[in-house]
Design a binder for this molecule. Sequence first.
Ligand code: NAD
Ligand code: IPM
Ligand code: MN
Length: 370
Amino acid sequence: STKRSLLLLPGDGIGPEVMRQVRRVIDWYARKRGIEFQVEEGLVGGCSYDAHGTPLTDETMARALAVDAVLLAAVGGPKWDNLGFDKRPEAGLLRLRKEMELFANLRPAKVFDALVDASTLKPDVVRGLDIMIVRELTGGIYFGEPRGISDLPNGERRGINTQVYDTHEIHRVARVAFELARKRSNKVCSSEKGNVMESGLLWRQEVIALHKAEYQDVELSHMLADAAAMQLVRNPKQFDVIVTDNLFGDILSDEASMLTGSIGMLPSASLGATDADGKRKALYEPVHGSAPDIAGRDLANPIAMFLSFAMALRWSFDLQAEADILEQAVENVLSTGLRTGDIMQPGMARVSTSVMADSILREMDKLATA
Ligand code: NAD
Ligand code: IPM
Ligand code: MN
């Protein structure tokens, strides 16, 4: 059989530090489980701009389209913050999402028991939390036209972005949310601002129509996005699956990350449509960014990146038991009290990125032989 292929895009800042540790996990699966991946590495973001004058080359784009799955760590940083929009590191990531047609971004926020006290919220509010944010990823205000900055005759300047959603874009992401809910607690909360935005009103109407036609068994509710932001910290356990647009999903998922203790904990899977052979394009990335403030010091939490690889094992390679090993190892190591700085708590042992990874790998050894 052909080997499973992976393209690794470490990117900028802490990206290479956390990707280096994932490489060890990938090697572990080959050595200890006989599961081999054909791994290639490429440039995206600021590092690609420095090497090639563009945040993503056509060649890397083509490789991303050809492999079974892409793992991306993070892009961006102050060094590139004054470039034009098409040259910025973030443009490389946005091009990957758009050209791979990764319209559904799954951002699970799960609270590990060991980290209940690491959250800034009260333990009772977050204990046992398990929600899934489904963020629309290839449309909305991130991509709508017209956009740009222009000079006005009166000497002022104007910045423009446009929120656009068409029926099929809403249906396909809502479908992903309904299907996921059926395998979870069977609840979907759709979030927009249909009270002020026509695109939000259309979103709500189309979600209702799809629900009526195909998903009446799933409990559907609607919440304005500002209220959802509030409810997410007031009583997050009321939610199961939240489906929302590109921008609101970006914001609500950063907010949800703090329920779990740190943005350094949150993985994501960006998925395209399933084709006739049952295959779908996919890119796996942590929710966090390049963390310029801690980059290059072996301080970053590698867990979001590890859990993103676990999502790849589940979603792209159907290796459920193997993903269980990785996720269980993370949970066990957290239970022993090891913490990177972002999830540090009194009385716990503060460790580096690499020591956290060492410990997780050792725990995987134990779980695999148990
Ligand atoms: P950020 O997520 O990089 O950092 C926010 C805060 O969280 C920082 O204090 C950082 O140290 C901390 N943090 C993030 N990840 C961590 C980890 N794994 N372990 C420990 N601490 C962690 O967000 P930002 O500072 O707003 O953005 C920095 C750059 O990253 C920007 O250029 C932005 O565009 C980019 N960014 C990229 C992605 C991506 O590649 N997917 C996502 C978000 C932001
Ligand atoms: C994310 C990031 C990206 C986004 C940026 C870096 C383009 O914040 O993946 O959450 O806004 O989608
Ligand atoms: Mn974000």
